[in-house]
Design a protein around this ligand. Structure first.
Ligand code: SF4
Ligand code: MG
Length: 318
């Protein structure tokens, strides 16, 4: 397996004034393999969107590095940067907010084509129509405006716009969270088909664990700026190691009643602490049903507890 993107000890802190620093991402490391989907899950404010935005250079890291195809993305300039700006694309939670209401679909989708000088005139239009067809829309939609579409159709337009510059890596930041449940599966299925056809790699950010399992090869779980567990989807869902993952999974409905019986609902006490003053030791300790003395004093190490299954929790110290 080829690593396409590597994140090392990434920190992104925001100075919010008054001497207060929000530690939105605070030391996260992981790799993404070419052609896979890595799901990134956690409650809002855990840092998952900040990671996505740092990967695509919307934010500079406070420290640590993001390496894409062997090059630190913050060192890119000139033609290399321009190439990167095509290769990595993002789709957003709210397609309506991310589509210019005064532009028609043709111009929205062609924006990247124009910026990168990929086609003009009839060829430009032909490409856009092909993209519309690829995402399940058609030529009749090209002259319409965003408000004329449903939420699911708008997300298809957002996907077509991302594909227009022929990327190989797409960050999808909660792409289905704002859609009706009946539409969510359609968009996820479209993304899966496009991945196969075009050899795309996805970072799929979400809080809905059930859809993440369906689309992801591996899943990383974030809590308060840290990654607490990372494993292949099946392993994470069938044998979660971290108490926070167990709690998140206990809230996901299980269709098989026999399996459901074996899983107890874990209700976490309290709120997520502030990322300005995270708890000492393990950040999850203030809510962890299994916390021990050591959890208050020592930060748990990130370790491979089973093959390809990483966790940061003192329960797995030998
Ligand atoms: Fe719970 Fe301690 Fe593990 Fe943190 S390190 S998740 S507090 S048992
Ligand atoms: Mg978010």
């Amino acid at each position: 397996k080829e690593v396409i993107l590597s994140v090392k000890e990434l920190k992104k802190h925001f100075d919010v004034g008054g001497g207060q620093i929000v530690k939105a991402v605070d030391g996260v490391s992981f790799d993404i393999y070419r052609g896979e989907t890595l799901g990134l899950v956690g409650e809002s404010g855990c840092g998952k969107s900040t990671i996505g935005r740092t990967l695509i250079r919307l934010y500079n890291p406070t420290s640590g590095s993001v390496t894409f195809k062997g090059v630190n993305v913050n060192d890119l300039k000139g033609p290399e940067l321009k190439k990167f700006n095509r290769e990595m694309q993002m789709i957003f939670q709210d397609p309506y907010a991310s589509l210019n209401p005064r532009m028609n679909v043709l111009d929205i989708i062609a924006e990247g084509i124009d910026i990168h000088g990929l086609a003009t005139g009839e060829e430009r239009r032909k490409r856009v129509v092909e993209l519309l067809e690829t995402v399940g829309l058609n030529a009749d939609h090209a002259e319409r405006f965003p408000h004329e579409f449903s939420g699911g159709q708008r997300q298809r337009i957002g996907i077509a716009r991302a594909l227009a510059v022929e990327p190989d890596f797409i960050i999808a930041d909660e792409p289905i969270s704002a859609l009706d449940v009946s539409i969510q599966a359609q968009v996820v299925n479209l993304m899966r088909r496009l991945q196969k056809e075009k050899g795309l790699t996805y970072l799929f950010i979400a809080h809905d664990l059930s859809m993440v399992k369906y689309i992801s090869d591996r899943v990383g779980v974030m809590y308060l700026g840290s990654m607490v567990e990372l494993a292949e989807s099946d392993a994470l869902y069938d044998e979660p190691l971290h108490p926070y993952t167990e709690a998140l999974l206990s809230a996901v409905p299980i269709p098989d009643p026999e399996v459901a019986k074996t899983r107890e609902r874990i209700i976490l006490e309290g709120d997520v602490p502030s990322p300005i003053n995270p708890p000492s030791g393990c950040r999850f300790r203030t809510r962890c049903p299994k916390a021990m003395d050591i959890c208050a004093t020592a930060v748990p190490e990130w370790k491979e507890a089973k093959p390809n299954h990483f966790v940061a929790c003192h329960l797995y110290n030998e």
